[in-house]
Design a binder for this molecule. Structure first.
Ligand code: HGY
Ligand code: MN
Ligand code: MN
Length: 420
């Protein structure tokens, strides 16, 4: 009989091996990943994780939106599983810990239990949710949103990629991950706990090992299309112009000014600006701009969006352009189940790690699972508070701490007993 322990070298080895898929190297030895959802690199990453799941004896199921769930047998298979997991798709300038830590620490928890001969009353499941980033197929947390019943499956399958217009359903089929398992599932998990890097500066700044996540802030993504008239850059008097390029710039500065007017925690980002025809001597015909606004208070987020909408109306009038908007994501803030939050805190305390409660600035699959079962999250520090950047980094000792807390909480929830 042995006590299950995390093998940090084994966890780091899996993280590094997965990070070789879609690898991006930087100029100073940093390296990250580009594995946009449902691309060939995402497929390769999925195939590797499924191979690991099967080697650990997990029963693997793929559902209709491509979510992967590997389940470890429990003594009582009639009981709903304790689930952990996250995502392995990345943004275009992604790090090698965002999402992957939650999935691979889940596998490490399974391997630690296998090695120790631990049986649990409940099954334990490790999930890989499809398209958490939403960069290619908005909204973000798409796979877990459908899993939680927040979006009809057919609507998700019809979403078109922002890069090449392929539908999510066609891409799932193309990469071989259009599974047969129902989504939403027949039964919800008993509970869901996700380990994730903080992706912000708080834990590192306060030299805290573990973030006990209490909430996720509200998120709104808007795609703005501005239609003007292409014209000659040299011959067209300024008064005659209907210039989407100028309107796009005005939106960008307005969003920054909005965050100044509201102050923290409102954050605003213009992440994508596309001009057509995007040529030096042509006043653009059209511009597409995305605006990401987030706030912990849903009412304040609503106010910010209303002010933004009024600014667009003023611009359409003053610049004589047509402006249309499309909501790409709109998720209210989420408060995690207090018993799960307290379990995470108690586990960190029991294991001797410094910890503090923290609100997540980023969106996560756990916020969707919270719609169908008690859910919570464990954060570990991000070096320099950096993420969605190939230099994203979390030190092995912090990875080990997060995985140890995850193991402890999963065993607690699954009423694990160490086999004789
Ligand atoms: O956008 C987010 O917060 C997450 O990375 N999908
Ligand atoms: Mn993530
Ligand atoms: Mn991310």
């Amino acid at each position: 009989m042995t006590t299950p322990v995390i093998d940090i070298d084994r966890l780091v080895a899996r993280l590094d091996q997965l990070a070789e898929i879609g690898r991006i190297d930087g100029p100073n030895g940093e390296w990250g990943n580009a594995r946009l959802a449902l691309t060939d690199d995402d497929k390769a990453g999925r195939d590797l994780v499924v191979e690991w799941m099967r080697s650990l004896g997990l029963a693997v199921e793929i559902d209709r939106v491509g979510n992967i769930v590997g389940t470890r047998v429990g003594d009582n298979m009639a009981l709903a599983p304790v689930m952990t997991g996250s995502h392995i798709d990345t943004v275009g300038t992604g790090g090698r810990f965002d999402g992957t830590l939650g999935v691979l620490a889940g596998l490490e928890v399974v391997e630690a239990m296998n090695s120790a001969g631990v049986t649990t009353e409940r099954p334990v499941a490790v999930a890989v949710f499809t398209d958490e980033e939403g960069s290619r197929f908005p909204p973000d947390m798409l796979g877990s949103l459908v899993y939680a019943g927040g979006m009809p499956l057919e609507a998700a399958l019809a979403i078109e990629a922002v890069d090449d217009g392929a539908t999510l359903g066609d891409e799932l089929t193309r990469i071989g991950y259009s599974g047969g398992a129902p989504c939403p599932p027949v039964a919800a998990p008993h509970a869901f706990v996700e380990l994730h890097i903080e992706q912000g500066p708080v834990l590192e700044a306060e030299a805290i090992d573990i973030g006990v996540v209490t909430d996720v802030q509200g998120i709104s993504w808007t795609e703005v299309t501005i239609t003007g008239r292409s014209a000659h850059a040299g011959t067209t008097p300024m008064a005659m112009r209907r210039d989407p390029g100028y309107v796009a710039a005005s939106i960008t500065t307005f969003v920054r000014d909005l965050t100044r007017r509201f102050g923290p925690p409102l954050v605003g980002t213009v992440g994508r600006i596309e001009l057509v025809p995007n040529l030096v001597n042509v006043v653009p015909a059209r511009a597409t701009v995305t605006v990401d606004l987030r706030h912990t208070d849903d009412d304040r987020l609503g106010e910010a969006n209303e002010m933004f909408a009024r600014h667009l109306d003023e611009l359409a009038e003053s610049e004589n352009v047509e402006i249309t908007t499309r909501s790409l994501a709109s998720f209210s803030s989420v408060e995690f189940d207090s018993t799960t939050v307290d379990r995470v805190a108690a586990s960190a305390e029991r294991l001797g790690y410094s910890h503090r409660r923290i609100v997540s600035g980023a969106g996560h699959d756990a916020q969707m699972l919270a719609r169908i079962c008690p859910s919570g999250m464990i954060f570990v520090p991000s070096a320099g508070g950096l993420s969605h950047n190939i230099a994203e980094y979390t030190a092995p000792e912090h990875l080990a701490a997060g995985a140890a807390v995850l193991l402890d909480v999963v065993l607690d929830l699954a009423s694990g007993t160490v086999a004789d």
